[in-house]
Design a protein around this ligand. Structure first.
Ligand code: HEC
Ligand code: HEC
Length: 573
């Protein structure tokens, strides 16, 4: 069934009539051109995007689907991050409606954000040293994004992305030159190349695509090497079971592609990475919610009517028309599917204008709005529950809120917002919203640490191990991805990494047994941070055999202090 029909079904279910008009103008311009309904409902892409349509020839469609499957693999692969700890999906989980479901991440600005990597630095010699951020930012905890992630599910409709709409509409080569066939409606492509570089999200201080760093890391990596193979979705198993690194997979997927920016060979490239992620996102169409299939309950219909009356759809629809029926009404146009006008407004939540988010799958979120709560900028009320969110909207007069509601109306509004817009496939992580289980979901962040630190006899600092990176052994003998750091140590002190073959628990301050090496690292810096990376020579013989590490820090003034310890499991593919 095509989406227009689905939507008309929803309209009919509300007892209203709608005249579908072939030529629909979007008053606000930003969402722009009418969608290509001849291809509706799949695939979805704004007109003007070169995304292969379902009316293309079968070979092109097959290639499009392969590109999307590669994108799905990359989206859930923690190896895309510099230290193997964060995938795109870590912050955008399907079961939470495509947003971050983890709690406890509070950004410096007071917002509730999402945990990313521990910031990494390029060494003073200009080479990547896999070390931790040096002077003057002695950060040893994971970064937190300054806003909550909006969802990637349904993001394909937007001409501009991010809360401040800075991504899109074009995708250039990174130096301001237009790329063939990527010169319009390419917000998703434009966005996709950002997170892997961001030292808050997945990247490395000073990292950019022109350094070739990420490309070479991925070229040597085996797709989804870190996840339990039994959790890999069927449609991408051909990628992970090929026994080939990403360099080969990328060449297979893009071989002969009609876009000259993609077909040239060369393994992992920035443009191919962007195309893969963008194609994947364009397959994530949440159109099976009760509102789409004409299954809204009476209570949900009443909730819709409350929002309609209050004027919510002035912003939460593409047309800006608060009426449900008639040409230009919300939901009559497939772009209204997103429940957003694609524009930014200042609505007293954040101190700045924000893009109107989609309301789809809101019932699955654990955080709401760009700030992660629903209070206004000054009071910062954390919206811990759905009823908090409803209370927030009741407190605002129309059209930003509903004003005070009767208990029945309150329940109706909640039912519409949190149930009528929820696609059950998203909630259950079913195709196309399925995914592998992440490594970090099995082995929690820093869950490999044990024991406790011991300050020097005359000192007060208790060193802490920073052991957040699963050690990756590359098959071709390339640089193995192991590093371990120490923080909260005395400044400018000699640091040694003790490596043992077994853990011990009974003999503090030492927690590693059968010590095989005591490796000198560089002295800690002025902030008391030290790192050790390469080479604790990793080789295939160490695969799956755990080893144990603990820091010993010698400080001339106060004596010797020790960190806690950690267990490492070298992994391969
Ligand atoms: C550390 C958490 C984190 C990771 C990892 C991450 N994101 Fe995001 N994502 C965010 C945040 C936060 C935003 C909003 C940023 C802003 O608006 O300034 C965002 C925004 C987005 C959006 C925009 C949605 C919209 O409607 O504007 C998309 C799409 C997206 N991310 C996809 C990705 C992809 C693809 C990757 C991997 C290459 C990725 N994200 C990795 C946190 C993350
Ligand atoms: C003037 C435009 C506008 C109007 C009118 C409007 N909204 Fe919004 N809405 C926004 C914007 C912009 C945001 C994002 C603000 C932010 O997160 O900083 C938002 C966010 C939301 C969210 C949170 C979504 C999420 O992902 O967490 C909900 C729920 C919501 N609006 C419901 C409503 C309801 C209900 C009404 C009517 C009573 C309404 N809105 C009226 C623009 C509007």
């Amino acid at each position: 069934m095509n989406l227009v029909n689905l939507v008309l079904g929803a309209v009919a279910c509300l007892g209203l009539t709608a005249a579908a008009s072939a030529q629909r103008q979007h008053v606000n311009g930003l969402i722009g051109e009418p969608p290509d309904v001849s291809n509706w409902p799949h695939p979805a892409a704004p007109d003007g995007n070169p995304f292969v349509r379902s009316t293309a020839n079968p070979a092109d469609i097959a290639q499009r689907d392969m590109v999307a499957q590669l994108g799905k693999t990359l989206f859930w692969d923690e190896q895309v991050s510099v230290d193997n700890t964060v995938s795109c999906g870590t912050c955008h989980e399907s079961k939470f409606g495509g947003v971050d479901g983890r709690q406890g991440a509070v950004a410096a600005n007071g917002n509730f954000g999402a945990f990313g990597v521990i910031p990494q630095a390029v060494s003073q010699f200009g080479t990547v040293d896999y070390g931790f951020l040096a002077n003057p930012s002695p950060q040893i905890a994971r970064s937190v994004t300054e806003v909550t992630p909006p969802t990637m599910i349904g993001a394909y409709v937007f001409e501009r992305l991010f809360w401040d709409m800075r991504a899109g509409p074009d995708f250039d080569d990174g130096f301001g030159n237009q790329l063939p066939l990527f010169d319009d409606w390419a917000a998703l492509e434009d966005l996709a190349v950002g997170p892997p570089l961001s030292d808050v999200e997945m990247g490395h201080e000073g990292l950019d695509w022109s350094s070739g760093f990420l490309q070479s890391k991925l070229n040597d990596s085996f797709p989804l090497a870190m996840v339990d193979p039994s959790t890999i979705p069927p449609d991408i198993q051909w990628i992970t079971s090929m026994g080939a690194p990403y360099s080969k997979i990328f060449d297979i997927v893009f071989n002969g592609h009609s876009n000259p920016a993609l077909n040239s060979g060369g393994g992992v490239t920035r443009e191919r990475f962007a195309a893969a992620l963008a194609n994947y996102h364009r397959m994530l169409i949440p159109d099976q919610a009760p509102i789409d299939i004409g299954r809204m309950t009476r209570q949900q219909q009443r909730g819709f009517a409350i929002m309609d009356r209050a004027g919510c759809f002035r912003c939460h629809s593409a047309t800006g028309n608060p009426q449900l029926a008639g040409p230009g009404g919300p939901l009559v146009d497939p772009f209204d599917n997103a429940f957003s006008d694609g524009q930014s407004h200042s609505i007293n939540i954040a101190p700045v204008r924000r893009k109107t988010p989609t309301l789809r799958n809101l019932g699955l979120h654990t955080k709401w709005t760009s700030t992660g709560h629903g209070g206004d900028g000054s009071t910062r009320v954390f919206v811990a529950s759905q009823s908090d969110l409803i209370r927030f909207y009741e407190a605002e007069p129309p059209p930003l809120g509903t004003g005070p509601l009767s208990p029945a109306d309150r329940a109706a509004l909640a039912d519409f917002l949190f149930n009528a817009l929820t696609d059950p496939r998203v909630a259950a992580e079913q195709f196309p919203f399925d995914r592998p289980q992440l490594y970090s979901e099995v082995h929690g962040f820093e869950a490999n640490e044990y024991g406790f630190g011991t300050p020097a006899p005359g000192g007060f600092l208790t060193p802490e191990i920073i052991a957040n990176s699963p050690p990756q052994i590359l098959p071709n003998g390339g640089p193995s991805w192991f590093k371990v750091g120490v923080g909260d140590a005395p400044p400018n002190a000699a640091a040694f990494l003790m490596i043992g073959a077994a853990p011990i628990f009974s003999t503090p301050p030492v927690f590693v047994d059968l010590i095989v090496a005591i490796l000198p690292a560089n002295p800690t810096n002025a902030q008391g941070i030290g790192t050790y990376q390469q080479p604790v020579t990793l080789n295939p013989g160490m695969l799956g055999i755990p080893f144990y590490a603990q820091w010993m820090v010698l400080d001339g003034r106060y004596g010797t202090s020790y960190s806690d310890a950690a267990e490492f499991f070298p992994f391969h593919w």
